[in-house]
Design a protein around this ligand. Structure first.
Ligand code: GAR
Length: 188
């Protein structure tokens, strides 16, 4: 059985999808053993509803150090599912290729500092992009720069708004995130 720790900051609909896909077998041989939030958020309630151990670690410069103290020793994969803090260089290096993130755009475009949530969708519309999507990638100390594992995309409509884009991106995320997690955990 592979053990996943999920880091969250928001509504946690991707966390929900991961939980549901473990239940349905779309992600096989895995368990969410811990959910950690860097702020009070609805994702913590989802963990509570599923009797998954969960913790709030206040965001700030000691976050990564405090996370390391809590992280179960048998953790196989750390999954950033709508997580908005930046993990320290030391943490990223120690857990090299064991941390993955979902980003709400087609990296390497629209990534980096400040590019999260609605900021990404606003920038994509502003740039008059023809398509958008989501990217699952390994986490390194360079923000949104790690190797890409999986992407999904769709075309942008003429009257698209940041809100409609966010919905479409979420739908794509729900498809590719479980696939990427299963692939990484069960590739051997
Ligand atoms: C997702 O769209 C995710 O890609 C994005 O936040 C949303 C979280 O939704 N993450 C980032 O912007 C990180 N840079 P959720 O809480 O419902 O899963």
């Amino acid at each position: 059985m592979k053990n996943i720790t999920v880091l969250v900051s928001g509504s946690g609909s991707n966390l929900q999808r991961i939980i549901d896909c473990i239940d349905s077998g779309e992600i096989s041989n895995a368990k969410v053993s811990l959910v950690v939030a860097d702020r009070d958020c609805y994702a913590l309630e989802r963990a509570e509803n599923h009797q998954i151990p969960h913790q709030l670690i206040k965001r700030g410069k000691d976050f990564s150090e405090n996370l390391e103290k809590l992280l179960p020793k048998n953790t196989d994969l750390i999954v950033l599912a709508g997580f908005l803090s930046i993990l320290s260089k030391e943490f990223c290096e120690k857990y090299n290729r064991k941390i993955i993130n979902i980003h709400p755009a087609l990296l390497p475009k629209f990534g980096g500092k400040g590019m999260w949530g609605h900021h990404v969708h606003e920038a994509v519309i502003e740039a008059q992009e023809k398509e958008s999507g989501a990217t699952v990638h390994f986490v390194t100390s360079g923000i949104d720069e790690g190797e890409i594992i999986l992407q999904g995309k769709f075309s942008i409509d003429e009257n698209e708004t940041p809100e409609t884009l966010a919905q479409k991106v979420h739908q794509i995320e729900y498809e590719i995130f479980p696939k990427a997690i299963d692939k990484i955990l069960n590739k051997n």
